[in-house]
Design a protein around this ligand. Structure first.
Ligand SMILES: C[S@@+](CC[C@H](N)C(=O)[O-])C[C@H]1O[C@@H](n2cnc3c(N)ncnc32)[C@H](O)[C@@H]1O
Length: 351
């Protein structure tokens, strides 16, 4: 086949390329990578086969047209080129695809794909476990839809704790809350949204993409806030987004008033027992009648969680806490299956 004029992709092939793209943009670990889109309840035909009338060859990323589409729509996509996944990741992905093509022995390796792989091979640093430098922060892009039309790009660390803070990477709890708000954008649309303990800012920026009127990312750690500020700049949010210092242990009423909060979003802030009192103090100041809070938490230590709710009920008398049903949400984000946790989402408000 002429590699430069591939035949147009059919629906299943396009879905496969988009599925691969969403995983690459999030830098999903290759050992957990899904090489075919999961079958969806209302898809018209099995995802791994060609539609009726076409040859029933298994749909795989090794097919020449898919190889070319991955180059055009992922690796050479101008949007991806602006904020690409790490070169170590790109190199590892292509190495795996080349291995799969050779193993199958059905198709040739595209010359363009081989050229990109060779280019990366010459520049890619060694991995830390091979004696290379520590992993640097890198771009991860999270698609808020299956077609990669609405994407939030953030620079984040690849390690759990960096520079003594947990705030320099996106935590799983925020993916669950994002999936909930994607399914219910009416909760943030045309609202002033305030992200408390925003970390790198993924969730707040996602709310901006979902139609918020204004978003304030707030955090008490200055390194985290600097990262969040840069991340605002990597996205073309359709509304104003700011990054503001808000330390739960040291804030003023003027600071709270200036946020003009209508909706609060909080993700993964109930992990540390010493944080309960300061967190509830700031919540008490912002969560007044007419303001709603959406909070997601990974349940690591159930007692910390119980203590948090006991304290908030005591301080914010009359607050209603509704657990949000997450069943049936469209899962757009990929979780590390080795560290997957129970995540709960709550809606806090005054009736
Ligand atoms: C586990 S991270 C969660 C980040 C983000 N919400 C997410 O889900 O990806 C906790 C965040 O809370 C912030 N934080 C912890 N204590 C704080 C305090 N006293 N005042 C303000 N922010 C604080 C940290 O700086 C960090 O960014």
């Amino acid at each position: 086949m002429d590699q430069h004029s591939p035949s147009p992709l059919n629906e299943q092939q396009r879905a496969l390329v988009l599925h691969v793209k969403r995983q690459i943009l999030q830098m999903r670990q290759l050992r957990q990578f899904e090489w075919s889109p999961p079958s969806r309840p209302n898809s018209e035909s099995a995802p791994e086969m060609q539609p009726e009338g076409e040859s029933k060859v298994p749909l795989t990323v090794t097919m020449p047209e898919i190889q070319q589409a991955m180059l055009d729509q992922i690796f050479y996509d101008p949007v991806v080129l602006k904020h690409p996944p790490s070169s170590i990741y790109q190199h590892a992905f292509l190495k795996k695809v080349i291995y799969m093509i050779e193993e199958e022995g059905l198709y040739d390796i595209s010359e363009d794909l081989m050229e990109l792989f060779t280019e990366l091979l010459m520049t890619v640093p060694k991995r830390p476990e091979e004696g290379g430098p520590p992993l640097m922060p890198c771009f991860k892009s999270y698609s808020l839809d299956r077609n990669c039309q609405k994407v939030v790009t953030v620079m984040e660390e690849q390690t759990t704790i960096s520079s003594g803070t947990t705030g320099l990477r996106t935590w799983e709890a925020s993916f669950w809350l994002a999936e909930y708000l994607i399914a219910h954008p009416e909760f943030v649309q045309s609202k002033n949204v305030v992200d408390i303990g925003c970390g790198v800012g993924f969730l707040g920026i996602a709310c901006a993409m979902l139609g918020a009127k204004k978003v304030a990312l707030t955090d008490g750690n200055m390194d985290v806030l600097t990262m969040a500020q840069k991340n605002i700049g990597y996205n073309k949010a359709p509304c104003p987004v700011s990054a503001t210092a808000l330390d739960w242990e040291n804030f003023t009423n003027e600071q709270i008033a200036s946020l003009e909060a209508e909706v609060l979003i909080l993700s993964d802030l109930t992990y540390d027992p010493t944080n309960i009192v300061p967190l509830v103090t700031v919540l008490k100041a912002i969560l007044v009648r007419g303001v709603s809070a959406f909070m997601s938490s990974a349940i690591r230590n159930p007692q910390t969680f119980i203590d948090f709710f006991a304290h908030i009920r005591k301080e914010c008398v009359g607050v209603q806490i509704d657990e949000v049903i997450l069943d049936g949400l469209d899962h757009l984000f990929f979780f590390d299956e080795e560290t997957v946790q129970t995540v709960k989402v709550f809606h806090l408000h005054f009736p």
